[in-house]
Design a binder for this molecule. Sequence first.
Ligand code: ADP
Ligand code: 5GP
Length: 192
Amino acid sequence: MKGKLVIFSAPSGAGKTTIVKHLLQQDLELEFSVSATSREPRKGEVNGIDYYFLTVDEFRKKIENGEFLEWEEVYSGIFYGTLKSEVERIRSKGKNVIFDVDVVGGSNIKKFYGTEALAVFVKPPSVEELKHRLKNRSTESEEKIKMRIAKAEKELEYVGKFDVIIVNDDLPKALIEAENVVSEFLSENGEN
Ligand code: ADP
Ligand code: 5GP
């Protein structure tokens, strides 16, 4: 049987990567959908594990060839996308796919797969707190943090397109909530 799909989306800094990494360590038969991006790797990020890092030209070529299930220019000049081959690779093994994608990508994947997918929106307690988290994470320049925050208000408007909302205020609580909703969805055998 083909695996199911679990989507985590949120404004940058809300904590979705932290939650997704935790879920991958649980006994849930999940495998991470490695996205393609044209952004520079961060310190410690590995090609093929965190992302497939492509040049803008390579990315555009894959768009032209119809290789993406979805793609977005999430920030000006920076592309992100889910390769069809990545989803097939994981599902054909019977494993469940977990996505960490922006809110537009997440709602598009949900629309495409319907009840085969669970779409989870991770909400930060406030935009102020997002700023703190991005500053503390220290992975982006001040200018890039501003760009991410400017986008967050708009992104929060997508919440209604998702099946479940997890407010990530107290992290241990958010992790348990995520484990519960995902394991419940994966154990259902029909519609969600
Ligand atoms: P995203 O993937 O949504 O951009 P991350 O998972 O990278 O977000 O989290 C952003 C930063 O906030 C990271 O430094 C992470 O360790 C931290 N963080 C995650 N959840 C919480 C939380 N509940 N409280 C405080 N800091 C958090
Ligand atoms: P980051 O640069 O912090 O890794 O990611 C920035 C944003 O791009 C995040 O919201 C992340 O979820 C999103 N993203 C990562 N991969 C994809 C993808 O394949 N498709 C879309 N639409 N967004 C993605």
